[in-house]
Design a protein around this ligand. Structure first.
Ligand SMILES: Cc1ncc(COP(=O)(O)O)c(C=O)c1O
Length: 378
């Protein structure tokens, strides 16, 4: 089946009683047993729920994995995946990783004994230099947030395999419609389903999808033991959102490409970060490993924080808000918003300046969006 068909039909089992076309919300915390040994396969919603199972089957299918655990947020998905590691284990992480991931790794998991090296993942010699005998994982985020650096999945997998480590990829920014890391040999994919997979800015969720049965079973065990699973209602919302993933991504990335070109030509814009631009340093790599360039971009203004503030507060269609991937366009200032949990030094090291603005392009008409940015920059 083609991707768009899987989005709509994956994981949907006709309900036995009324033949509903969509999966019902099984809002039951517990399920009764037939006898002392047997139940329907569900006993308690933290451990398993039919609505959540439908979403997990759908997402497993879309990423091409062996199993999925749907979680209460992207961060709980990341925490769940990181719970595979033990004190002393070393993980290599992009220097410009999402701010919440940085906080979890640098401020929490480090205290629990995990070790991290934050490196520029586009620099393969820097990755090799960071490897230690304790390195158990290469954490990948591509394209990165907010600078849209593209990391070479083939290269990451071969460096990790040579070293006996695994690879985990945060695929939130492209969704499985535009990039499927498991097809490159990546072991585990995580998503904030809050973003493109749900797409309607009305739920916070996440998922962990594993290429190997062995990892899928461990992740499901951790998800239950740590109590990270999403509610049946949230699972149902995400399952509804994912049905339109393909056509949303197509339309949103087409607009993002036009906006990136429009901003590149604007006199008050110093630089645009968008992998679809031929000038982007990893444009060819993005063309090879992605099905499209995505709907996220960032740009530096030709001016200081005053101009940044002017642009972010004057747009009328782009709401100034954290998050990405919804049908509504959003604009944000990474320094005080998505990346506020990074220290100023860490932001400088990652190349996130005080003149950087991040944009998530939604489904509004692209001419209206460009007119809105134009008046805000004027
Ligand atoms: C790339 C990326 N990964 C993970 C997350 C965390 O997801 P959530 O907010 O659903 O916990 C975010 C949130 O913005 C993100 O941008």
């Amino acid at each position: 089946m083609q991707f768009e068909t899987k989005c709509i039909h994956g994981g949907v089992h006709k309900d036995q009683q009324y033949n509903s076309v969509t999966t019902p919300i099984y809002a039951s915390s517990t399920f009764s047993w037939y006898d002392l040994e047997k139940n329907t396969g569900y006993d308690y919603t933290r451990s398993g729920n039919p609505t959540r199972k439908a979403l997990e089957e759908n997402l497993t299918d879309l990423e091409g994995g062996k199993g999925c655990s749907a979680t209460s947020s992207g961060m709980s998905a990341i925490h769940c995946a990181m719970s595979l590691f033990s004190p002393g284990d070393h993980i290599i992480v992009p220097v410009d990783v999402y701010g919440g991931t940085f906080r979890l790794f640098d401020r929490f998991l480090k205290e629990k004994g995990l070790q991290f090296s934050f490196v520029d993942m586009t620099d393969h010699s820097a990755i090799r230099a960071a490897l230690t005998p304790q390195t158990k994982c290469l954490w990948i985020e591509t394209p990165s947030n907010p600078l849209l650096k593209v990391v070479d999945l083939d290269a990451m997998v071969s460096i990790a395999r040579e070293h006996g480590a695994i690879t985990i990829c945060d695929n939130t920014f492209l969704s499985p419609y535009l990039q499927r890391p498991l097809e490159f040999g990546v072991d585990i994919v995580v998503h904030s389903t809050t973003k493109y997979i749900n797409g309607h800015s009305d739920v916070v969720g996440g998922c962990v999808i594993s290429a190997k049965e062995e990892h899928a079973v461990k992740i499901a065990w951790l998800c239950n033991a740590l109590g990270l699973a999403c509610s049946p209602f949230d699972a149902w919302l995400v399952l509804r959102g994912v049905k339109t993933l393909g056509c949303r991504m197509e339309a949103q990335q087409a607009s993002a490409g036009k906006i990136a070109r429009f901003l590149s030509d604007h006199p008050r814009v110093r630089h645009v970060f968008y992998p679809g631009l031929e000038t982007h340093p990893q444009h060819e790599l993005a063309r090879r490993q992605q099905k499209g360039f995505g709907a996220m971009l960032s740009f530096e203004v030709e001016g200081d924080r005053t101009l940044v503030e002017q642009v972010c507060t004057r747009t009328r269609l782009f709401d100034m808000a954290i998050s990405v991937g919804g049908i509504e366009s959003l604009i944000s200032f990474p320094t005080t918003m998505s990346h506020a949990s990074m220290s100023a030094e860490a932001r400088v090291a990652a190349g996130i300046s005080d003149r950087l603005i991040r944009v998530s392009v939604g489904l509004e008409h692209v001419d209206d969006l460009m007119a809105d940015l134009n008046q805000a920059l004027a």
